[in-house]
Design a protein around this ligand. Structure first.
Ligand code: NAD
Length: 541
């Protein structure tokens, strides 16, 4: 693993060099004068308190973000509700045009987005690019398929020709979106895009660590033409603002840990409102005996170490067929050792920093616990303060046993455990072990066999001969978790229909559903019984 050549952030238009002491005496980076303020002015935050956002690149403050009070949350909902009443009458085609403008803006403003994502999250620039890519894909997909998802649909009426049934997709109203820090640009926008398209307003509460990126997302929505009040952003601790948000939402979209997801589900249940919960995972990869081992090793590196493993669909358990175990491990470890690590703004890094001291502590604790209980470190295993305050090496473990924390608990860091399997039934059973069910991957040169195995894996997405990107970037396909990895789905028709109520409108002609012309109830029942038999005979649904 080579060290970065230049620890300072080169070529970043937001960085002007040494801090302006009047602006922030402790800052190492000074964002272009007025840039942070122009972003934070988009917040509804009048509590009078601020919270510092620190760059994981060097631990120095980037900005002081004003915090929202409960009254600000109430005001955000009031504004959003007023804006939604108007927005619901804007034709879907016009909403879709705005999404296509968002798509273009994301591509045009890529450098600004990537700079801010890297500064705020510490990730490698190529992983920040994945975020811009994902939002462009999501915006284009929903813009192009808006009619397909939202147009009123005809359904079968009970009496052919006489009962006309239509199903409308009615917006829920105001959607509360609570999101984490790990993919700050993706998480800020990807769930809100279909909510807006379906005619809703949004009140978003992004994670405190990555508030600036979320506010840049809001700015791009404004520039794409969405009415500003339609998308409100509030800032503050989830524990304090979560309740006030859920109390006022018509639907809640939460992405984060399983523990928080359970709290949110209970609060939504109290109000009888729906929620989608995109939660944690302990994702398995299966390398079958007929896998292309080079391809599997390349995929395993991306699956385990993208965004330094701080990715919900990241692989943390690698099950390899006995017959190819040694050959696979040799390739996988060599590729891991060839990775370039660094906490810099440039494209050169294969893996960047963890986001915070808390993440570093968790990762270190999982590795130390495993080693203390007898696991072997095949590569990695150490923090790298020489590269950045929260950098941790990509780490491959062998000999991990059920008593070790990292066996079943999500690490959410660059740590993967290797296991051998003897037959595929055993591999599937072990992949299904534990409480999670988010993502899996299967490597085999027999695609049909891999797809057949996938049906037995209890995960919401399964990638064959890919790490996670094939499902994640196929926006037409639903994405989400089984079991404790969540409920509900983002992407595809499921990802937009969750923000709508289906409303059935049936118009009845001529026939009434009651006896006519003095017919007795008994005769009516006989006529209807005969009708039912005829309908079945002619094959009607
Ligand atoms: P977290 O649950 O601690 O926080 C996520 C968000 O919830 C933050 O905005 C936080 O402020 C807020 N929050 C915290 N407590 C709250 C409460 N009581 N009420 C309302 N809001 C509250 O999660 P985290 O540790 O920051 O994020 C990492 C987790 O997110 C991992 O488990 C990861 O797997 C998961 N994740 C899942 C997906 C997915 O799509 N399934 C995507 C990204 C991350």
């Amino acid at each position: 693993m080579s060290a970065p050549q230049d620890p300072s952030p080169p070529g970043n238009p937001l960085v002007e060099g040494p801090a302006d002491p009047e602006h922030d005496p402790t800052a190492v980076y000074a964002l272009e004068r007025g840039y942070v303020e122009s972003l934070t002015s988009r917040l509804l935050a009048t509590s009078g308190t601020t919270v510092p956002v620190r760059s994981p690149l060097d631990g120095a403050p980037l900005a002081h973000v004003p915090q929202s009070s409960e009254a600000d949350v109430a005001e955000a909902f009031a504004r959003a509700r007023r804006a939604q009443a108007v927005w619901a009458r804007v034709p879907v085609a016009e909403r879709a045009r705005m999404l296509l403008r968002l798509h273009d803006l994301v591509l045009e403003r890529q450098e600004e987005i990537l700079d801010l994502v890297v500064l705020e999250s510490g990730k490698a620039r190529k992983h920040a690019f994945d975020e811009a890519l994902h939002i462009a894909l999501t915006a284009r997909y929903y813009a192009r398929t808006a009619r397909q998802h939202l147009a009123t649909q005809r359904r079968l009426g009970v009496v052919p020709g006489l009962t006309r049934v239509e199903v409308n997709r009615v917006p829920k109203g105001v959607v509360g979106i609570i999101s984490p820090w790990n993919y700050p640009f993706t998480m800020a926008l990807c769930d809100g895009i279909p909510a807006l398209l379906a005619g809703n307003a949004v009140v978003a509460k992004p994670d405190a660590q990555t508030m600036l990126t979320a506010l840049l997302g809001a700015r791009l929505l404004d520039e794409a033409g969405f009415p500003q009040d339609l998308w409100q952003v509030v800032a503050g601790p989830g524990r304090e603002l979560g309740g006030p948000i859920i109390e006022r939402s018509d639907y809640v979209c939460f992405t984060g840990s399983t523990a928080t997801g359970k709290v949110i589900a209970a609060q939504c249940a109290e109000r009888l409102i729906g929620c989608s919960l995109e939660l944690g995972g302990k994702n398995p990869m299966l390398v079958l005996r007929d896998a292309d081992l080079e391809r599997a090793a390349e995929g395993a590196v991306r699956a385990s170490f993208s965004n330094a493993g701080q990715l919900c669909v990241s692989t943390e358990r690698l099950y390899v067929a006995d017959q190819v175990y040694d050959r696979f491990v040799e390739r996988f470890v060599a590729r891991t050792q060839a990775m370039t690590l660094g906490a810099t703004m440039a494209w050169e890094n294969d893996m960047g920093s963890l986001v915070s001291q808390a993440q570093l502590d968790t990762v270190r604790a999982h590795v130390d616990d495993a080693v203390a209980r007898g696991a072997r470190v095949l590569t990695g295993g150490r923090a790298r303060p020489d590269l950045g305050p929260y950098v941790f090496e990509p780490t491959v473990l062998e000999g991990v046993t059920p008593d070790m924390t990292c066996f079943g608990h999500e690490t959410f860091g660059p740590v993967v455990s290797l296991y051998r399997f003897h037959d595929e039934a055993d591999a599937v059973a072990r992949a299904n072990d534990g409480d999670y069910g988010l993502n899996a991957s299967i490597y085999s040169q027999d695609g049909a066999r891999a797809r057949a195995i996938a049906r037995h894996v209890r995960c919401g997405t399964v990638n064959v001969n890919e790490a996670f990107a094939a499902t994640f970037a196929s926006i037409d396909a639903p994405m989400g978790g089984m079991r404790e990895s969540g409920t509900g789905r983002r992407q595809g028709s499921e990802g937009i229909h969750r923000y709508t109520e289906s409303q059935s409108v049936a118009t009845q002609r001529l026939l009434r559903f009651s006896p006519v012309l003095g017919m007795s109830d008994e005769t009516y029942a006989k006529v209807m019984t005969a009708n039912l038999r005829i309908m079945k005979k002619i094959g009607r649904a």
